[in-house]
Design a protein around this ligand. Structure first.
Ligand code: SIN
Length: 194
């Protein structure tokens, strides 16, 4: 698959007849909501696990030295907590550009965490699957943390992405063993010069 997924996403027609759409964020979309939204609610999706397996050539690394950012991997029964945003359709255009490094819009059921009863909705999630050109896949926590420690891109140091995500999950009261293990590894490394 081509590296820049903007054009593929912009041809997608899911929810074309809806004025507003729920978008589930599990990575930077949790802590960097720099787009307009109508409403924001903590939520989770089922059957997916968050992993730092996606390369970042455009935000937290460069084509020559990619950083590592979050994607989701299929994991039956697993729960991935994040943040759901109700957005208008026009917000998808800029989001497609932000998520262009291998992510495709996928339709998913999402379940709100702030409701006293089970409340679910169909929504969208940006997913970087293993057939995308920027996919890096698994590595040891030590290797992933080292790559994150050394990577910088136009959006800033890769370490900020991981540390902000870990902080946001902690604030929301969620344990994510993969993220917190990477955070521990990263913080044990000597800080790289900017
Ligand atoms: C997301 O946050 O939902 C997608 C991946 C990212 O932008 O970090």
């Amino acid at each position: 698959m081509t590296l820049d997924t903007t054009a593929i996403n912009q041809q997608m027609t899911h929810f074309d007849d809806h004025e507003a759409i729920w978008l589930f964020g599990y990575g930077s979309l949790i802590w960097k909501a720099d787009f307009p939204f109508l409403e924001r609610r903590p939520a989770h999706i089922v059957g997916w696990t968050r992993r730092f397996w996606q390369g970042s050539h455009d935000h937290r690394g460069t084509p020559e030295a990619p950083g590592r950012v979050a994607t989701l991997t299929e994991s039956p029964g697993a729960i991935c907590h994040g943040m759901a945003y109700r957005i208008t359709r026009d917000v998808l255009g800029p989001l497609d550009v932000r998520e262009k490094n291998g992510y495709l819009r996928v339709v998913t059921p999402l379940h709100f965490d702030d409701s006293g009863h089970v409340e679910s909705h169909e929504g969208l999630v940006y997913l970087a699957s293993e057939d995308n050109a920027a996919f890096l896949g698994p590595a040891s926590n030590a290797e992933i943390a080292r790559q994150i420690a050394e990577s910088h891109g136009p959006s800033g140091p890769n370490r900020d992405y991981l540390l902000n995500l870990a902080d946001a999950l902690r604030e929301m009261g969620h344990d994510d063993p993969h993220i917190f293990a990477l955070e521990r590894e990263l913080l044990a490394l000597p800080k790289q010069p900017a």
